[in-house]
Design a protein around this ligand. Structure first.
Ligand SMILES: *[C@@H]1O[C@H](CO)[C@@H](O)[C@H](O)[C@H]1NC(C)=O
Length: 197
């Protein structure tokens, strides 16, 4: 009998399953974010999205199994739970970031402006939150962009820039530069004046 080795391989396997089911439940959102770092295009993990409820049940089963096996207060259970929840919720977290609801260093740019021009852009072909995130990063990298929000759900973006710096077709071009498969069209455009405090 070798209880130690069998226990440790069992432990590892519960983490591995947490990672696998978590990644699948998230339609590989985290993998897409990593691909973005290396400027690799959208990998089309969105084929997994329709199966999300199915993978979510697997994740739930794994969590229940881990809790019954190791108890609620064990380190094993906590780590498995943490991995599963973070991975599974990653598309929602990325979505909040894409909508500018989680503050990031890129959208805390200090540009002093009194007039902002806002463009509403219809973007066809965004296949997941990870891909939307790549578009947002590209838009935010432009010096006179004040902020941007990219919506995977309705395939659009709202981009605010310093007045007079960019035109509709600049923004359409940036999106195309991320990937030529995207169709980008500015459908609305307006100017706002900000009151000085
Ligand atoms: C997409 O949804 C967001 C928030 O739900 C909204 O503000 C935006 O205007 C929508 N875009 C279009 C093109 O309707």
């Amino acid at each position: 009998m070798q209880p130690k080795t069998s226990l440790s391989s069992d432990n590892k396997s519960s983490y591995i399953w947490a990672i696998i089911t978590g990644l699948l439940s998230s339609s590989c959102c985290i993998i897409q974010l990593i691909l973005n770092l290396f400027s690799i295009g959208c990998a089309g993990f969105s084929v997994l999205t329709p199966y999300r409820p199915f993978f979510l049940s697997f994740t739930a089963i794994l969590i229940i199994y881990t809790i019954t096996k190791y108890g609620f207060n064990s380190k094993r259970t906590l780590i498995t739970l943490l991995i599963s929840i973070l991975l599974t919720a990653s598309p929602e977290l990325v979505s909040l970031h894409n909508q500018g609801k989680i503050i990031s260093s890129t959208n805390s740019k200090q540009i002093f402006v009194r007039e902002i021009e806002t463009f509403v852009v219809q973007i066809n072909g965004i296949s997941c939150e990870g891909c939307a995130n790549r578009i947002k990063a590209q838009i935010d990298s432009k010096p006179f962009v004040i902020n941007s929000k990219v919506y995977f759900k309705n395939q659009s973006a709202i981009v605010s820039v310093k007045l007079g710096t960019y035109k509709s077709n600049d923004i359409e071009t940036w999106v195309k530069m991320v990937d030529f498969k995207y169709g980008a069209k500015v459908i609305q455009q307006y100017i706002e004046t900000i009151e000085e405090e």
